[in-house]
Design a protein around this ligand. Structure first.
Ligand SMILES: Cc1ncc(C[n+]2csc(CCOP(=O)(O)OP(=O)(O)O)c2C)c(N)n1
Length: 315
C-alpha cells in the first residue's frame, strides 16, 4: 500500500482526534458555549469517505460536524476559533460547534435539525446534474435521522429524479440516549433503500479502507449514471451524545470492545509494522503542534463586534 495514502489517512484521523480532545478540554474550562458533540471514534467514516471525492463535490452533515470539516481539509485554526465563537472562525464565530461551514471547500454544514441536511444535499446534487457537471453531493446523518420525514422525502426524490447524491447513515447505535434496537426493527439500516428504490451498501465504519472502497463505488454510480446510493456505516461514538451526557445508558464493556479496534490505533500499528514508525511519530508531533497553535490562535482572536450582530442574517 502506498506510503503516501497511509500517511494522509492517518494524519487526517489523528488531526480530528486531537482537535476534539482539545475541544473537550476547552469545554470543561467553559471557553466553549452551547453544545459540543464529539466525533471521537467515528473518524474513519468521514476520512475514508471524503478521501475519494473531488474538491468540487458538496459535503453536508449533521451537528456532529468537526470531523467532516477537518477531513474535507478545513483549517484547525478556523475550526477551533468557531468553537470559541471568535470572528476568525469558519462561520465567522456565528455558528459554533454545530454549524461549521467552509464554502470554498463546498462544505455546506453542520445542521442542528435532525435530517434537515438531506433535502438540501439532494438539491445541491440536482443542481450539478442540471448544469451538466459530473459533481456529486455526499450527505452524512446519524441513525436517528432515518425515521424523520425529510429522510423519506429526500430519498424518494433522489431516486425518482436520478440525483447524484450519496446518503451515508453513520450508525453509532444511539440517538442521544435511545438505543437503535428501540427505534428500528432491523439492524440492517441500508434496507430502507429498497423502498424508493436505490442502490445500497453496508460498511464497517471502523475500517477506513472499506469505507473508501464503498464510497468510491457509490461516487462512480453517481457521476456516471446519476444514481443515488444509501450506505450504512457501522461505527461508534466513544463519548456521550454531547459533553453534557455521561452516557450511563450503555456498558463500559461495549465501549471498550469498540475501542479495542480503534481505527487510528489500527492504522498506526499497520504503519509501524510497515517500518513507518518514525514517519508516524513525526505526524503525531506535527499534529500536536498544529492543534496547540490552533488553540492559541483561537484564544487570542477577537469576538465578533456587537454592532455586527445582524450581519449575514436574512431578516
Ligand atoms: C427534528 C429534530 N428533532 C429532535 C432533535 C433533538 N435531537 C438532537 S440530536 C438527536 C439525536 C440524533 O441522533 P442521531 O441522528 O443518531 O445522531 P448522532 O447524535 O448519533 O450522531 C435528537 C433527537 C433535533 N435536533 N431535531
Amino acid at each position: 500500500m502506498e506510503q503516501e495514502l497511509l500517511t494522509d489517512l492517518y494524519s487526517k484521523m489523528q488531526r480530528i482526534r486531537r482537535f476534539e480532545e482539545e475541544a473537550a478540554r476547552l469545554y470543561t474550562e467553559k471557553k466553549i458555549g452551547g453544545f459540543l458533540h464529539l466525533y471521537i471514534g467515528q473518524e474513519a467514516v468521514a476520512v475514508g469517505a471524503l478521501s475519494v471525492l473531488k474538491d468540487e463535490d458538496y459535503v453536508m452533515t449533521a451537528y456532529r460536524c468537526h470531523g467532516h470539516y477537518i477531513a474535507r481539509g478545513g483549517s484547525t485554526r478556523a475550526g477551533m476559533s468557531e468553537l470559541l465563537g471568535k470572528v476568525t472562525g469558519c462561520a465567522k464565530g456565528r455558528g459554533g460547534s454545530m454549524h461549521f461551514y467552509d464554502i470554498e471547500r463546498r462544505f455546506m454544514g453542520g445542521w442542528g435539525i435532525v435530517g434537515a441536511q438531506l433535502p438540501v444535499a439532494a438539491g445541491l446534487a440536482f443542481a450539478e446534474k442540471y448544469k451538466g457537471t459530473d459533481n456529486i453531493a455526499i450527505c452524512f446523518m446519524g441513525d436517528g435521522a432515518i425515521n424523520i420525514g425529510s429522510f423519506h422525502e429526500a430519498l424518494a426524490l433522489a431516486s425518482l429524479w436520478k440525483i447524484p447524491v450519496i446518503f451515508v447513515i453513520e450508525n453509532n447505535y444511539f440517538a442521544m440516549g435511545t438505543p437503535l434496537e428501540k427505534t428500528a426493527a432491523t439492524d440492517d439500516l441500508s434496507i430502507r433503500a429498497l423502498a424508493y428504490p436505490m442502490a445500497r451498501d453496508t460498511v464497517d465504519g471502523h475500517d477506513v479502507f472499506a469505507v473508501r472502497a464503498c464510497i468510491h463505488a457509490a461516487a462512480k454510480r453517481a457521476r456516471e449514471q446519476h444514481l443515488p446510493t444509501l450506505i450504512e456505516a457501522k461505527t461508534y461514538r466513544y463519548r456521550g451524545h454531547s459533553m453534557a451526557d455521561p452516557a450511563k445508558y450503555r456498558s463500559q464493556q461495549d465501549v471498550d470492545q469498540w475501542k479495542s479496534r480503534d481505527p487510528i490505533k489500527v492504522l498506526g500499528e499497520k504503519m509501524d509494522a510497515l517500518g513507518m514508525k518514525a514517519i508516524r511519530e513525526q505526524i503525531d508531533q506535527a499534529i500536536e503542534d498544529e492543534v496547540q497553535d490552533a488553540v492559541r490562535f483561537a484564544e487570542e482572536s477577537p469576538f465578533p463586534a456587537p454592532e455586527t450582530a445582524l450581519d449575514y442574517t436574512y431578516v
